[in-house]
Design a protein around this ligand. Structure first.
Ligand code: DAH
Length: 339
């Protein structure tokens, strides 16, 4: 019996448990009703009287060792984080998936970068605008269709408060709050009451550009936008300006670039014309300068506005605008390597 107890003692002292289940199995092996310790107490009855003291002490020593072992191991296991106790290997290399920049952020940052290289700063304005900044100061006539519920999400009527329909509202705020020379671009989110389709969405993004100084001419506008188009779409990009109309610019134009998909030869993106429209622009109408308390005799300026989705679609050959808003990882992961 003595050698048996000593063998058990040895086993108990060297026992280690990786988890609580192993520790429980250990407890059952020794201390449960049918375990080894009660069995020893049962055998104890047959021990000769002269050995009883020594055997009794030994069995008690074993029992104490087991109980102490259980308490210590239990504390150790419970203080470990769950995943270690449940057998996870935290030393394995991490397989964390890093997020990627959204293609619209990539393109917005690139636009900011291109214009900041020629001295434009970045300005922002509120997404909820009043009628004055979104329409009136921009020379919209009182019954212009954009002022209609059809096109604009109104929040309040009288006074009219709406979600801005374009980032041109930011040029008004910048002109009100600073003195020429002004050279700024204003990226931001805009809202229009449009049915969602592959080509239109009710929420999209624009970048507005504004340059006000003495002697600013249409030639400055053309050259700046020519520089932009080549930086954005490559040095072989051609540009052309078509006359257009916006209430806040006079003269107004739209700029096309040579189709970057077919190189101008004609494809279904450019509808076989070789050209795609990328922005609206023009010389700031003197009425707009006056509404913003800028001397329209002394100063002239140009403005332009482009849709970030449109630029991104052309740059990355994306044919459905809805992809930008669906957050499908299979789409977003394709921009992993872009900055
Ligand atoms: N605000 C116009 C739009 O949303 C875009 C635009 C056109 C902005 C001409 C301008 C501009 O600054 O000069 O369609």
């Amino acid at each position: 019996m003595k050698s048996k107890i000593e063998k058990y003692l040895e086993e108990v002292r060297s026992f280690e448990a990786d988890n609580l289940e192993q520790l429980e199995a250990f407890r059952i092996r020794f201390l449960s009703k049918k375990g080894l310790v009660p069995a020893l107490f049962a055998d104890f009855k047959q021990v000769a009287a002269e050995d009883r003291k020594e055997m009794g002490q030994l069995i008690n020593e074993l029992k104490k060792a087991i109980q102490e072992k259980i308490v210590t191991l239990k504390q150790q296991l419970e203080s470990k984080p769950d995943n270690e106790a449940s057998g996870m290997d935290l030393s394995l290399p991490a397989t964390v998936q890093l997020g990627t920049r959204h293609p619209l952020s990539i393109v917005r940052n690139e636009i900011i970068d291109i214009f900041s290289r020629i001295g434009f700063n970045v300005s922002e304005g509120p997404e909820i605008e009043d009628d004055f900044h979104n329409f009136t100061a921009l020379n919209f006539p009182p019954n212009h269709p954009a002022r209609d519920m059809q096109d604009t999400f109104f929040i309040e009527k009288d006074p009219d408060i709406a979600l801005r329909t374009h980032t041109s509202s930011v040029q008004v705020r910048v002109m009100e709050n600073s003195k020429p020379p002004i050279r700024t671009i204003s990226p931001g989110r805009v809202f229009r009451n449009e049915a969602i389709s592959a080509r239109a969405h009710c929420i999209f993004h624009q970048v507005e550009g504004l340059y006000i100084d003495t002697g600013v001419s249409f030639a400055d506008l053309k050259h700046t936008l020519f520089y932009f188009a080549r930086e954005m779409f490559g040095e072989n990009t051609k540009t052309r300006f078509r006359p257009s109309y916006f209430p806040f610019t006079e003269p107004s134009a739209e700029m096309d670039i040579s189709c970057n998909i077919c190189g101008g030869k004609g494809c279904n993106i450019c509808k076989y014309t070789g050209w795609v429209e990328i922005l609206g622009c023009g010389m700031v109408d003197p009425n707009v300068l006056n509404a913003c308390r800028i001397d329209s005799i002394k100063y002239t300026g140009y403005a332009f506005g482009m849709g970030i989705e449109r630029i991104a679609m052309l740059k990355y050959q994306i044919n459905d605008l809805r992809l930008f808003f669906e957050n499908d990882l299979r789409f977003l992961r394709q921009f992993e390597s872009a900055e």
